[in-house]
Design a protein around this ligand. Structure first.
Ligand SMILES: C[S@@+](CC[C@H](N)C(=O)[O-])C[C@H]1O[C@@H](n2cnc3c(N)ncnc32)[C@H](O)[C@@H]1O
Length: 429
């Protein structure tokens, strides 16, 4: 993109793409993924893509702090498109170590590039210069999460825990790996710069292209957040047992069940997402039967020793890699999803053999989607009992086991942070 003087400004296209990503992510829950799959992002060169993505993600990660700093400089809210330019400008000033002049000048150029924002380029200039003079704000966890979510977390987990959860929002996540054969991990740990996490995951901050890391091509490991790897372990599947993963894509938990030797069936409503399960299975040299179907309507009469329901949820626990979930979620989503989770749990229960077990899990921090499902399920299904999870089982971190034996992982409980997760295990009489 050329600036208003006809100069080819380095990175202006990337900044424009970052702007489009942030605007789209704030508009709807699926906005981030949509923006990453269409122009202007997809038209960029790989290096610029990486820059645009990093800038957009950093802006979303620090959005609460950025908006707080901007509000102090604005007497009234500018149009959304102008606000978006200010947000990515402020992000560069405070969190991307861009020289002040570059952050300010390119933001003014961006404002000049669009008819709707052009009249505001003076404002963009003045506000960002003001922010640059004031300097980076001190980190305050209470500003990192939207007020309504922080209030919910305070009510559910206490003020201290809620603020610790919010502080994790600012932490860039490491990459966690699950090994197909846990015995192979030690041998690759040094090359992968990885350290062990209780339960069996390995964590690395290695740079470079992940697909070029040792062991990727050969299907030795896959990427899976350390807390996301725990629920499937709680099923303790044995070689030759049958297992169903009812909301399977992209397949991290299917891979775990198959790697443990279970005859695994993976079901997902989304055919395109199920393709990723098939690709992941192929890379890992593992097999599982796959079905593109709504788990509630799936016409298959088989019953399984182990059933996993990793239900669709608000995913508020995944804010480290998806900071957009904090800003795109609405209270009504929680109510709607909790209802569909209860329905999916009912259908999942029908797939469990007598004497079999069912693990229900969600990557949400909202109690309605986790703890709140238990009593209703047990009332509707007297043939099931809650099978308490033991402290430390499967890598459950200290403090994550609730009074009745469910598992509630808060993002700060594993050193360096993880996704927030909830899991509960039921056994059929
Ligand atoms: C949280 S993700 C699952 C992640 C997966 N278990 C893993 O570990 O890689 C939820 C998945 O549920 C699928 N889904 C949503 N509603 C469904 C339904 N009614 N039946 C089957 N799959 C469904 C979505 O397509 C999505 O892939």
């Amino acid at each position: 993109m050329n600036d208003s003087h006809g100069r080819d400004v380095v990175g202006l296209d990337a900044r424009a793409a970052a702007l489009a990503i942030v605007e789209s992510a704030l508009k709807s829950r699926s906005g981030l993924d949509e923006a990453l799959s269409r122009p202007p992002f997809t038209r960029l060169e790989p290096r610029e893509r990486a820059h645009a993505r990093a800038l957009a993600m950093m802006t979303l990660r620090h959005l609460g702090e950025i908006d707080h700093a901007l509000q102090a400089k604005l007497s009234k809210p500018p149009p959304e498109a102008v606000m978006a330019i200010l947000r990515i400008g402020a992000c560069q000033l405070f969190y991307m170590e861009a020289p002040d002049f570059a952050a300010v000048d390119t933001s003014v150029e961006l404002a000049s590039a669009y008819k709707g924002t052009r009249p505001f380029k003076g404002l963009v200039n003045a506000v960002l210069r003001g922010l640059a003079r004031a300097g980076k704000p001190e980190q305050d966890p209470s500003r990192l999460a939207p007020d309504w979510l922080l209030s919910r977390w305070k009510a559910a987990f206490g003020v201290d825990a809620a603020l610790k959860i919010a502080a994790v929002i600012a932490v860039e996540p490491s990459t966690d790996l699950t090994f197909k054969d846990p015995a192979a991990a030690e041998g690759l740990a040094e090359a992968l710069e990885a350290r062990a996490i209780p339960g069996g995951s390995w964590r690395t901050d290695k740079g470079g292209t992940l697909t070029e890391w040792p062991g990727f091509e050969d299907g030795v490991w896959w990427v899976q957040d350390a807390s996301a790897a725990i629920p499937a372990r709680l099923l303790h599947v044995q070689p030759g047992e049958t297992a169903a993963d009812l909301c399977a894509a992209p397949g991290g938990k299917t891979l775990q069940l198959a790697a443990a030797g279970a005859e695994t069936v993976a079901v997902d409503r989304s055919a395109p997402r199920l393709v990723r399960v098939t690709e992941n299975l192929a890379r890992m040299g593992l097999t599982a039967e796959t079905h593109a179907a709504d788990a509630a309507l799936w016409e298959d009469k088989r019953k399984f020793d182990a059933v996993l329901l990793d239900a669709p949820c608000t995913a508020t626990g995944t804010f480290r890699r998806h900071p957009d979930v904090l800003w795109g979620s609405r209270p009504a989503d929680i109510v709607k999803l909790a209802q569909s989770q209860a329905r999916l749990l009912d259908t999942a229960s029908m797939r469990v053999k007598d004497g079999g077990r069912l693990v229900y899990c969600v990557c949400s921090l909202e109690p309605e989607e986790g703890e709140g499902q238990i009593d209703g399920f047990l009332r509707r299904h007297p043939d099931f009992r809650l099978d308490p999870i033991a402290p430390g089982e499967g890598g459950a971190p200290d403090g994550s086991i609730t009074a009745n034996g469910a598992m509630r992982i808060l993002p700060f409980q594993i050193e360096g942070g993880t996704d927030g997760f909830f899991a509960v295990r039921f056994a059929r009489a």
